[in-house]
Design a protein around this ligand. Sequence first.
Ligand code: ADP
Ligand code: MG
Length: 303
Amino acid sequence: MAIIEVRGLRKTYGSTVAVDGIDLEVDEGEIFGILGPNGSGKTTTVECIAGLRKPDAGAVRVAGFDPVRNRDSTTKLVGVQLQRAGLPAKQTVREAISLYASVYDDPIDGVALADRLGLGPKLDTRYGNLSGGQQQRLAITLALVGRPRVALLDELSTGLDPRSRREVWDIVDETRDAGTTIVLVTHFMEEARHLCDRLAVIDQGRITALDTPEGVIGGIGAPTVMSFATTIPVDTPLLEGVSGVAAVRRRDDGRVELSLTDEAVLPVLQVLADRGVHPDRLRIVDATLDDAFLDLTSREGQE
Ligand code: ADP
Ligand code: MG
């Protein structure tokens, strides 16, 4: 059953179209990822779901509530980690946790969660004196402290070191297992693949793919990557002309790499053989979520 419904969502800032008609549903108990280049409208979408921004058009429902009109009901249901948390600089970590916990009916032990995120020694430190990564970990704590039905996590692990990131992944998994639906914005493909049941790839305010991670990869035009080494110069336009070849590039390590369909593999080898090119250490692998992301988004972010 869908706990979040977004229909025809549109939001502009002056002449900038930030969100240009987004439809999505998030099922209860899902971990749903939002991926996209900088400026593609991810944060705006999350802010509209949280009821922090009023859409210009379209409808958002969270557990049946309009998050702007039913602000109080939504606040109790939803925990939000925003990219710009903006807590008072003088508030200590402990004070912030206790203030946030007081809003909810059945909060978890926020101090224990903060401790798990490495904030144990910082409980009496003021927000303004925390490092960026510590502020980030506090924001995650505050989003989850209320045992919300829905947690919205914008750039979950940006700025965290690899160890903290792993801990955050475990916490997200456990939070979902305890019954919270999670929407997370991420730039890390590995994170999306590891955590998300489904993802939406957003580009320039529109969804360009919405599926499981495997489905997103399988849905792109060139789901296979072939690479090989060669000492003979390769005629790139000739390879690009083979039907089913989406891209040919020379990697930093000198290997030639092609994105292509399965059907194009043999014709490419034939073309190489005809030209006397012997592909050394030939490898043919499935495309990754990184390849899919590049295929599904424009070359440049809008920012
Ligand atoms: P993302 O989170 O994907 O980077 P955002 O939703 O933050 O994208 O931004 C989408 C677009 O809207 C960008 O072009 C951004 O510059 C613009 N934008 C975001 N917030 C504002 C704002 N408060 N005022 C004006 N423009 C904004
Ligand atoms: Mg953002």
